[in-house]
Design a protein around this ligand. Structure first.
Ligand SMILES: Cc1ncc(COP(=O)(O)O)c(C=O)c1O
Length: 434
């Protein structure tokens, strides 16, 4: 291979990777294949994306067909029927009050879009002073300036601190290993963290706050599960103070928790939902923001026929993405993929929790087909053990995700029982070896 210096890899130690690359070149079902042909069990769905498994033949066929039919179609003032069909399919599985979709190219774009819609909505209804956002510590909302501002991962913000959005505040995160260690499903303690929202709103005054944004389950910071009743409490406080609630469902959407979206799983209805990843099962980049009727209707009620929202992307509803999206949604439905999660989740949960007592392990937590095994960090070198585990797992033909010293699991939803057993066996060997 030519020297690897030209590609500046994202969120990666380029120097370490290029010393010892971890390459894959083919994928099918639950597996990646290394260049030497060995099969790597994918327990992270690529990057929380490939919910239908890799290279599903129906999705591949749809993309190939579209590529041959029409490469690109603009959606500024022109349109492609398939994009409208995709939106119709999607709103069939969203909560009842959410019947509108704004297409984007990624999760980060979805987050920035949702924040912009929230601001514009407040202004449209004559509440232009409502222009602050509240995010949460340890939240991950992508890498746009909006997303890192409402996000709460210190290293993602640190290099860019001069350019954060003004007026953003953060709820406390909900990780409490001492009280909630080794939880299965929603955690027991900590609903009072939701009440912090009331305090923060009082500090800034609700008249100045547009929206609160949280991941129903924080993914990238290490699968942080909310306490029982926490999300409902956030909703109640937002309602009380006339503040929008945005769920960032980029990971939790499209079956990961067993329901279509976390909103339905937890029976808490947000005003906006940001998605990407599982939308196309990762096959073509695409994101979508789902918008409550009351928000969309506010924009459409304006007299005249001027543009309602000065926002959009060249690749909003790109034909290849739309083809992948439609095929993916059909696969999910026809093959009952979300229902499979409900059968698999107890097996996955038992498998993960069987790692209790293995070396380094200090916590295990899970919900649906999301799970984390947290390890004690090496003294004075947080993340170092995590990288050793990532490498050892890859050497053992297992793909997992590491955030710091936390192993995250989010397998394709087509997983079988045997994959759980194989993965857990490999992880336990890795934990004993590092
Ligand atoms: C909750 C959440 N929001 C936003 C994003 C950003 O998505 P993307 O990387 O597609 O921009 C991610 C990515 O992991 C995510 O997990």
């Amino acid at each position: 291979m030519k020297k690897m210096d030209s590609f500046w890899m994202p969120f990666t130690s380029n120097r370490a990777f290029k010393e010892k690359p971890r390459l894959v070149e083919k994928a099918e079902g639950m597996y990646y294949y290394k260049p030497d042909g060995s099969k790597v069990l994918d327990m992270v769905a690529g990057l929380w994306c490939c919910n239908a498994g890799h290279n599903h033949p129906k999705i591949v066929e749809a993309i190939q067909g579209q590529a041959a039919r029409m490469d690109y179609a603009p959606h500024f003032n022109f349109g492609h029927a398939a994009a409208f069909e995709a939106a119709d399919m999607l709103v069939d599985i969203t909560p009842d009050h959410m019947n509108h979709v704004f297409f984007t190219g990624s999760g980060s774009e979805s987050v920035d879009t949702a924040l912009k819609i929230a601001l514009a909505y407040q202004r449209e209804r004559g509440k232009g002073t409502k222009n602050r956002f509240i995010g949460r510590e340890r939240g991950y909302h992508g890498v746009g300036f909006g997303g890192i501002s409402v996000g709460g991962i210190p290293l993602n913000r640190m290099q860019f601190s001069s350019a954060m959005l003004n007026g953003v505040d953060h709820l406390p995160h909900t990780l409490d290993i001492e009280r909630n260690g080794y939880s299965r499903g929603l955690t027991e303690h900590g609903i009072e963290w939701a009440d912090e929202l009331e305090r923060i709103l009082m500090l800034h005054h609700p008249d100045n706050v547009a929206a609160v944004i949280v991941e129903p389950i924080a993914g990238s910071a290490g699968v942080i599960i909310p306490p029982h009743g926490y999300l409902k409490r956030l909703r109640e406080i937002c309602d009380k103070h006339d503040v929008l609630l945005i769920f960032d469902e980029v990971i939790t959407g499209f079956g990961r928790l067993g329901s279509n979206f976390a909103a339905q799983e937890f029976d808490v209805m947000p005003d906006l939902m940001t998605t990407a990843k599982g939308l196309t099962s990762g096959a073509v980049p695409m994101g979508a923001v789902f918008v409550a009727d009351k928000i969309y209707d506010q924009f459409m009620a304006k007299p005249g026929s001027a543009i309602e929202l000065f926002h959009g992307y060249t690749y909003s509803a790109h034909p290849l993405a739309v083809a992948a999206c439609k095929a993916t949604q059909k696969v999910y439905k026809d093959e009952g993929i979300f229902e499979r999660v409900n059968e698999l989740k107890p097996i996955f949960e038992d498998g993960l929790h069987s790692l209790k007592g293995e070396p380094h392990v200090i916590d295990i937590r899970n919900y649906g087909l999301m799970g984390a095994v947290e390890m004690a960090p090496d003294e004075g070198a947080p993340g170092a053990k995590g990288m050793r585990v990532l490498q050892a797992a890859f050497d053992a033909d297992l793909m997992i995700r590491l955030t710091g010293d936390t192993i995250a699991f989010s397998p394709p939803l087509i997983m079988e029982e045997e994959h759980v057993a194989t993965a857990i066996d490999k992880v336990s060997q890795v934990l004993r070896s590092v």
